[in-house]
Design a protein around this ligand. Structure first.
Ligand SMILES: [Fe+2]
Ligand SMILES: [Fe+2]
Length: 289
């Protein structure tokens, strides 16, 4: 195991999210009476996931986030279309056991199909289709802790609602008094748009697609991993009224992202034509990545 890549696959982080945020319909106890889903204790977390958060919380500093933004947000790496990016991302599965893991493209299609079946608008379905494409950062050598994991504001006090909050003790920003006030480097009510979040796949993809989708879609993409904000209600002091409205969309999206993973395989070839047509309604043939 590479110590900087502790997860056996990126999906391991998302499986752990289900422990903290179980489906609303899930029974609280298993048939034998033991706690089944509502398990918030850190004791049951897999060592790989624990190590992942240890690295994430230690290394995601304000300086690190600024450096990654400078490195990636010029979008000068390559040009490719949305479907091409889905196939590119799909290479990720080759690194773990393809028999155990659902290919990334199938998670995207499952999410999109669930949104479509729920009768949401076409731009929303498209958002489901693309929301994790930022994970291609992994293919460019970024460590797992800089691609996935719950995101959180940097440059102000780390909320105690952030999972494994204790690991922030090793973050150099914890020693910087100016970053550890309620507002830190921000002004009250400045808006989420002004807040620097820990670096990962959400923010990167937002910059790739920002000119092509409506504001609720962009919020879903940009904040879907920001559980401290959209699920825990932390950092409300930084938000605007408009942000609070957009976060309602992010929470609506979250159910499709978290609770639609199934082992049942998707017929990618059969679904492709209708999704290519949907992509073409909103996106040009290629985008800058
Ligand atoms: Fe994601
Ligand atoms: Fe996802």
């Amino acid at each position: 195991m590479d110590d900087h890549q502790p997860l056996t696959s990126l999906d391991e982080w998302e499986e752990d999210l289900l422990r903290r945020y179980p489906p609303p319909t899930a029974p609280a106890t298993a048939a034998d009476g033991s706690a089944r889903y509502r398990d918030y204790s850190a004791a049951t977390v897999r060592p790989t996931v624990r190590r992942f958060y240890e690295l994430n919380h230690r290394h995601q500093t304000l300086d690190f986030v600024r450096a990654k933004r400078a490195e990636y947000l010029g979008l000068g790496r390559m040009r490719m279309g949305i479907w091409e990016a889905m196939e590119y991302l799909n290479q990720l599965v080759d690194e773990s056991d393809p028999d155990l893991e659902l290919p990334q493209i199938e998670h995207l299609l499952q999410t999109a199909e669930a949104i479509r079946h729920a009768g949401r608008p076409d731009w929303y379905v498209l958002t489901g289709l693309i929301h994790d494409l930022g994970k291609i950062l992994c293919l460019w050598g970024e460590p797992q802790w800089a691609v996935v994991g719950d995101t959180f504001p940097v440059g102000c006090r780390f909320s105690e609602t952030i999972v494994f909050h204790e690991f922030f003790a090793a973050n150099p920003d914890a020693e910087r008094a100016e970053y550890q006030t309620d507002l830190g480097i921000y002004a009250a009510g400045c808006g989420l748009d002004q807040v620097l979040l820990s670096w990962g796949h959400d923010e990167y993809l937002y910059h790739v697609v920002r000119r092509h989708l409506p504001p609720p879609a962009l919020a879903m993409i940009r904040y879907h991993s920001c559980y401290p904000v959209h699920r825990e209600g932390a950092y409300d002091r930084l938000l605007t009224a408009a942000d609070r409205g957009l976060l309602a969309w992010v929470r609506d999206f979250n159910q499709f992202d978290l609770y639609t993973k199934r082992d049942e395989r998707m017929d990618v070839a059969a679904l492709r034509p209708s999704y290519e047509a949907l992509i073409a309604r909103y996106f040009p043939p290629t985008l800058a990545w």
